[in-house]
Design a protein around this ligand. Structure first.
Ligand SMILES: NC(=O)c1ccc[n+]([C@@H]2O[C@H](COP(=O)([O-])OP(=O)(O)OC[C@H]3O[C@@H](n4cnc5c(N)ncnc54)[C@H](O)[C@@H]3O)[C@@H](O)[C@H]2O)c1
Length: 308
């Protein structure tokens, strides 16, 4: 298949590109390298360093004859979305629309969208949340992800472009950016390896559902299948708090770093844990990498990256 991956120089997108190429697909990547890096881009992919809001996107989509667009480019930081919702909406909503409008003209068959199970439901009313849970995002980032899903439904109904929205929980693994504010595993692992002090925001009891990037990639492969359509949680259904992540990493690294807490970050969800039953029933997918194993793989990656 001919596949366009936006955000293919980033953490998750670059792993998806590698897998699609390994499976024999022709892959084109669009990424503005705002958080992604050129060294992540598979040399067998055709690469355009370009913003998804650049009007030249239309020519690329029209000329590319893509069967699938896999849309991972985004402003990914919840806190930036709170401080600058207009920037968030321009990248995540208008940028998405620009892509979907081009997809209509180019008669693309299907769009795979990286949605966010950690934000579209808002503060969960029950645990684990399935896809029928009320959608009440409480950040502009969550609103922008949900808005994309609603637009994709419009494009499906009116133009017949199929879509899959993969609602990831907290994805972690090799290549995650340790310099951002999101991605506690990457931040803690790289700080511990450098002998720096990680800071746990608040009391560290906030929970998340941590899913390994390799499992997310497998979901993106299954999403190519025409029988897969609609919105699906991609999660582990396991709830882990930040203090536990800290201590698991400390153990793997045999570090004697102290547990230090800072002020809580306003507006962060207290708990998050999603059911993946819907995707499992359709495709057989389930997470294969345990948190222990995934953390070890991630630590090895950062150890090599930092040449320690
Ligand atoms: N990491 C997670 O836990 C998680 C959870 C849920 C959803 N997601 C979604 O998955 C996708 C990938 O996230 P990630 O964690 O790999 O982050 P990332 O920052 O590594 O990847 C995003 C990529 O998009 C590119 N990009 C950003 N704005 C762009 C623009 N305007 N034009 C072109 N390229 C642009 C960046 O340079 C980067 O390479 C995002 O859509 C994110 O919202 C991630």
């Amino acid at each position: 298949m001919n596949i366009l991956v936006t955000g293919g120089a980033g953490f998750i997108g670059s792993h998806i590109v590698d897998k699609y190429i390994e499976l024999g697909h022709n892959v084109t990547v669009i990424d503005n390298l705002s958080t992604g890096v050129l060294s992540n881009v598979n040399p067998k992919a055709k690469f355009y360093q370009m913003d998804i809001n650049d009007s030249r996107i239309e020519d690329i989509v029209l000329n590319g004859q893509f069967d699938i667009i896999n849309h991972h480019a985004a402003q990914i930081n919840v806190r930036i979305s709170v401080s600058n919702p207009i920037f968030d909406a321009i990248t995540n909503i208008i940028g998405g629309l620009r892509l979907y409008e081009s997809a209509v003209k180019a008669r693309v068959k299907k769009i795979i969208f990286a949605s966010s199970g950690g934000t579209v439901y808002g503060e969960q009313k029950y645990f684990p949340a399935d896809e029928n849970h009320p959608l009440e995002p409480c950040s502009p980032y969550g609103i922008s992800k949900l808005t994309n899903e609603l637009y994709l439904n419009f494009y499906k109904t009116v133009y017949g472009i199929d879509f899959v929205a993969l609602r990831y929980t907290n994805v972690y693994g090799p290549r995650q950016n340790p310099h951002g504010e999101a991605g506690v595993v990457a931040i803690f692992a790289s700080k511990m390896l450098k002998g720096e002090q990680p800071i746990i925001n608040g009391d560290g009891t906030a929970t998340r559902d941590y899913v390994f990037v390799g499992d997310v990639v497998r979901a993106n492969v299954l999403a190519l299948d025409e029988k897969v359509s609609g919105a699906f949680n991609i999660s582990t259904c396991v709830e882990t708090d930040v203090n536990t992540i800290f201590h698991m990493l400390k153990k793997i690294l045999r570090s004697d770093v102290k547990e230090v807490h800072g002020p809580p970050k306003a507006g962060e969800l207290q708990r998050s844990c999603l059911s993946y039953d819907k995707f499992n029933k359709l495709t057989g997918w389930k997470p294969e990498i345990s948190l222990e194993k995934g953390l070890e793989i991630t630590v090895d990656f950062f150890r090599n990256m930092l040449s320690l």
